[in-house]
Design a protein around this ligand. Structure first.
Ligand code: KG4
Ligand code: ZN
Length: 359
């Protein structure tokens, strides 16, 4: 089954064609990063106008890259939410219109579910993904731990109480005078920094909690930056790299500890990283090390032993970590397989900026 996926939830206009949920036939992304660089973040109206201009050319390009016509597509998938309403409606309108004109099933997809399915793209048939699994979804807008028992069973285990990890990366990048989006900039600086130089607050919340909180950490970085400005004026390169490294280490330690604590509690076979921050090299390294060593820290630095070593997965191709439409087409395929009849009646889909994935 060949599905055309469409994604416009934030600042990327994306379209892709994926066969049977795993084989990417084409994947086109028109990035708006240079457009939002000047403002250091996404201005919704600016993003929406750009989606209007790009949506049809991007769909046409993805069809031509896969050497397919719309008639050869079996279904159309679109991000319904969560995201920016004015951005979402562009993709939803395009997908609904194409589905009506071409009489194809329309499959609305939750953006976070989409990120989760990035790990199914280019899956090796000899090493299939096994349930139950825990996914850490870490992006600019969301930061959750999700337990999956099947393709239709998502249980929210924990979530951020304030900032998402990606949002914290973006805000710290702005404080350090780095570019947008912040994550890749901070992580490049962190590579040459001393992660032990600054003792930043490591917030685990109450014992056994799977929730996250990064706003205190962000404020601690703000205070450090203010102090450095008042004592030395300009931020030195040495300060920037050490601050980036200390911040990144802190975030990655907390994310990995909570992910593995959840893996231990729910006896899962696999642990997955998904979303923009899953592109972070240090996060991948720390989770890999902890699984290999068989230890993680649960609360207040107390080491806990993993009873089994789960399989770790993340998208090898970094393009699948950040927003793209291939992940949307993949999620749509697996959901469609579970209940195809449900989608026969859907000819129009409503964009929902606050769409939830859980009951
Ligand atoms: O999934 P995504 O493209 O969009 C949302 O759904 O939010 O994630 C974007 C987020 C941004 O906050 C960006 O700074 C972060 O992912 N990000 C990273 C890295 N690459 C992207 N954060 C840390 N390290 C990276 N290498
Ligand atoms: Zn996203």
């Amino acid at each position: 089954m060949k599905i055309l996926g469409i994604e416009t939830s934030c600042d990327e206009t994306a379209a892709a064609i994926v066969e049977d949920g795993t084989k990417v036939l084409s994947n086109v992304i028109a990035s708006q990063i240079p457009l939002h660089h000047a403002t250091g973040g996404v201005v919704p109206e600016v993003a929406a106008r750009e989606h209007v201009v790009k949506i049809m050319p991007v769909i046409e390009e993805t069809l031509s890259e896969a050497d397919l016509s719309l008639d050869e597509i079996d279904g159309i998938a679109v991000t319904q939410g969560p995201g920016l309403l004015s951005s979402l409606v562009i993709g939803v309108c395009a997908a609904s219109t194409l589905s009506i004109i071409k009489d194809k099933p329309l499959i609305p997809v939750n953006h976070i579910a989409g990120h989760i399915y990035a790990n199914w793209l280019d899956e090796n048939p000899e090493d299939p993904i096994q349930f139950p699994l825990i996914v850490l979804t870490v992006s600019g807008g969301h930061n959750e731990l999700v337990l999956m028992n099947s393709h239709t069973s998502y249980e929210l285990i924990g979530e951020t109480l304030d900032d998402a990890a990606g949002e914290a990366f973006d805000k710290v990048a702005r404080l350090l005078g780095l570019g947008y989006p912040g994550g890749p900039h901070v992580s490049r600086k962190a590579e040459v920094g001393n992660a032990k130089r600054f003792q930043l607050p490591r917030v685990y919340l109450e014992k056994d909690s799977f929730n996250f909180s990064f706003s205190g950490l962000k404020t601690a970085v703000l205070n450090l930056v203010k102090q450095e400005h008042s004592e030395r004026g300009e931020l030195s390169e040495e300060f920037i790299v050490d601050c980036a490294a200390s911040f990144q280490e802190n975030v990655c330690e907390i994310l990995s500890d909570k992910l593995l604590a959840a893996a231990e509690k729910y006896c899962v076979k696999e642990v997955h990283l998904a979303g923009g921050v899953s592109a972070n090299k240090r996060l991948r390294e720390i989770v890999t090390e902890k699984i290999e060593n068989g230890f993680f820290c649960c609360h207040k630095g107390k080491p806990v032993k993993l009873s089994t070593k789960p399989t770790l997965r993340y998208a090898k191709n970094l393009v699948y970590c950040t927003d793209n439409a291939a992940m949307i087409a993949s999620a749509a395929f697996f959901h469609y397989q579970e209940s195809p009849d449900q989608y026969l009646k859907t000819v129009n889909s409503l964009a929902d900026p606050n769409l939830r994935m859980y009951d």
